[in-house]
Design a protein around this ligand. Structure first.
Ligand code: ZN
Ligand code: ZN
Length: 138
């Protein structure tokens, strides 16, 4: 029977999760441990309600998706990645924020202004190019 072993493992995982939450300034809202692979309701340091899985947190994933989206570095990196995937280039020398238009050059050579938030929503990098079929499906 491996039941005791599993219980000890689970206790360790719970302790690690609690330590991680405390370090991040977050509060666990669950009254009991639900398991390593189950989302636990948490109030993050910024006050967002989120439900991270302890196993994901252990692997270095952020606690709160709202915070992750608001993280300017992460948002800028995601925008660059999206442009690169579409063969486009960011011409704007500095990151202006997700809601500000950024100068880009698309794979078709158009120079255009795009808001990262709009590109993320539509998956459509350049409005002067045909809309990619893949983006229309998502
Ligand atoms: Zn948050
Ligand atoms: Zn274009």
């Amino acid at each position: 029977m491996d039941q005791p072993v599993r219980a000890a493992h689970s206790l360790r995982a719970e302790a690690a999760f609690r330590v991680h939450l405390e370090a991040a300034g977050a509060r666990l809202l669950e009254s009991r441990w639900l398991g390593n692979g189950v989302g636990h309701r948490v109030r993050c340091a910024a006050g967002h309600l989120c439900a991270p899985r302890p196993s994901n947190v252990q692997q270095g994933q952020g606690l709160c998706r709202t915070c992750a989206r608001k993280d300017p570095l992460a948002a800028a990196a995601a925008f660059r990645e999206r442009l690169a995937a579409a063969g486009a280039r960011l011409l704007e020398p500095v990151w202006l924020g997700v809601h500000a238009p950024h100068r880009i050059r698309c794979a078709g050579g158009h120079e255009t202004l795009r808001r990262p938030s709009a590109v993320r929503r539509s998956g459509w990098v350049c409005r002067r190019c045909p809309r990619p079929a893949a983006a229309a499906l998502t």
